[in-house]
Write a protein that binds this ligand. Sequence first.
Ligand code: XMP
Length: 326
Amino acid sequence: MADNKRPESMERITTSELAQQFIDEQIKALKEQIGDGKVLLALSGGVDSSVVAAMLIKAVGKQLTCVHVNHGLLRKGEPEQVIEVFRNQMNANLVYVDATDRFLDKLAGVTDPEQKRKVIGGEFIRVFEEEARKLDDIRFLAQGTIYPDILESGVVKAHHNVGGLPEDLTFELVEPIKFLFKDEVRVVGKELGLPDGMVYRQPFPGPGLGVRCPGAITRDRLEAVRESDAILREEFAKNGLEGKVWQYFTVVPDFKSTGVRDDKRSFEWPVIIRAVNTRDAMTATVEDVPFALLQHITARITSEVPGVNRVLYDLTPKPTGTIEYE
Ligand code: XMP
């Protein structure tokens, strides 16, 4: 697998100059590989697929079609940002598929975490396949494979759920960032002019908010996850914790407890806040978030998020807790 080994001569991309040089070389290589062919890309809005999209737009423009599948488990504002950046600002061919109902209908009543992942991954492939079949003459499939994906699997593994397409849908792969490490992808993304919110995003699991709504996902509890997550991210950004804390999010467990609101008893969900730091996600420590900030976030969540009457802070490192709840 010689072509899957990062060339020893390749310098680590740490500066804007090195990123620009990499972009120029890759654009030339992409033009050579693709010629006048058509390329398809599953664009999640994560940093890897966004960098690949931005490079391909520069290299082959409208020969690229990006497909953004909204599985209903994205964070607040994410699909809108993908549309704004790629369709409106970069003038890309972008197919936006709002498949929320399909995914949530398939997930109804599914409680087992692995089964939930299978449903989400399987449905993603089916939606992507349907969109691919609507397009004529696509020869290439672009993927945001990065070097850790290759190192982890020994062979290039399908990245971001695009693997597993039926055999009659065969494409030549285009993988312009397959020798980059994550920090290098971010430097290149910044140089390509992608917004900081995309470039410095915290890790977000493929099954999205689905793993933060433990047990069977319901639309109302999922909305409580999405809204509380948005408040947490906004407050962390305002208070200088964005980019400093490795991963932070909220979870809404499937139980209710008694509270009091407007002098009446309430029976509503708790929101759990998790904020952790790690190097490699194998172990993690809990961020020491200032107590006053936690109180402020609690006040906002309990007053702004429907169906929530308590907020808890998770003090558990990994081990014994994993980072996610499922
Ligand atoms: P855990 O929960 O195992 O998570 O401590 C470690 C890191 O992996 C992310 N994670 C996932 N990422 N698909 C993904 O793409 C998944 O199914 C998945 N599960 C966990 C998690 O967010 C954390 O960064």
